[in-house]
Design a protein around this ligand. Sequence first.
Ligand SMILES: NC(=O)c1ccc[n+]([C@@H]2O[C@H](COP(=O)([O-])OP(=O)(O)OC[C@H]3O[C@@H](n4cnc5c(N)ncnc54)[C@H](OP(=O)(O)O)[C@@H]3O)[C@@H](O)[C@H]2O)c1
Length: 311
Amino acid sequence: MELTIETKLALNDGHLIPQLGLGVWQARAGASCEAAVLAALEAGYRLIDTAAMYGNEESVGGAIRKSGIPREKIFVTTKLWNSDHGNPQRALDTSLRKLKLDYVDLYLIHYPVRERRQSWRALEALHAEGKARSIGVSNFTIRHLTELLAQTKTVPAVNQVEFHPYLYQRDLLDFCAGKGIVIEAYSPLTKGARMKDPKLVAVAKKYSTGEPRPALSRSRLPLVDRLFPRSESKSTAQILIRWALQRGLMVIPKSANRTRIFENADVFNPRRICVSLTGLMKTSEPAGIRRMRSERKLSRKNSVTDNGATT
Ligand SMILES: NC(=O)c1ccc[n+]([C@@H]2O[C@H](COP(=O)([O-])OP(=O)(O)OC[C@H]3O[C@@H](n4cnc5c(N)ncnc54)[C@H](OP(=O)(O)O)[C@@H]3O)[C@@H](O)[C@H]2O)c1
């Protein structure tokens, strides 16, 4: 299937989710966040990923209204924060009031805190009421998902987790695929940490104009290189986003910079490019260890930032 900025994935509840979206964690509330969302909508993004914890739902809602794009054309995600599990209904009402929306397209449990099972039942009710068109989870491991699935008929539509070649959670990906749960890849740009990795830079160069062709006869070049000659330069950010899209992941890069917002959406040409990053991949073992550590941290203290740091 050809990827375009309009490509959507089917969720297990019948709704569709755009495959590319803008994340707004750390986009400063007010003019900066509003400008970022407006730029993204102008660039063709149709999904905005916010959260109660990000403190910028008002700005996201304001930009959506200013854009003039009909509400139903934009997919809005927000999340239930750890300290709000006592009353998810009230938490979503607060988010909706800030966003000035009647419903969100996706409501996620932000972290698998202790009260997650009761909260999931509350999310099911919000889904039935229509205040959340789809419901899902975030930062859930296979263990959390297995436990949840044993106790509910509603399979989460989405599990939003950190996912990029340096944190390739293959077991989780396979598990979610088997249950019909879409993986939403957060921090797809590694929060900027690996963007200068020489191996990644080399891949970006490989797909950029001006790079000398490999010393192979044309007939021995990979088919993709013969059919789609390189015509422009590619950044490491574009390579990471394209890699995630090709794997059928939903992906939400964050930028508050207009130029980079446009750059991150310019990943659909050539349409059939196939980025291989196998040399960079770190499989799920380190992720498992990291998750275990963060789970322990979570059970000690219920409140964490998206950075993993305790608040
Ligand atoms: N559910 C969760 O627990 C969770 C956790 C983390 C993130 N998320 C979601 O996922 C989204 C994305 O993840 P993230 O914010 O952690 O990190 P990210 O998207 O991996 O990286 C964002 C960083 O990369 C920079 N950047 C963006 N585009 C760039 C480009 N083309 N070239 C160079 N630098 C670029 C940004 O700076 P500028 O803004 O200056 O461009 C920012 O510093 C978040 O915004 C949030 O919506 C969810």
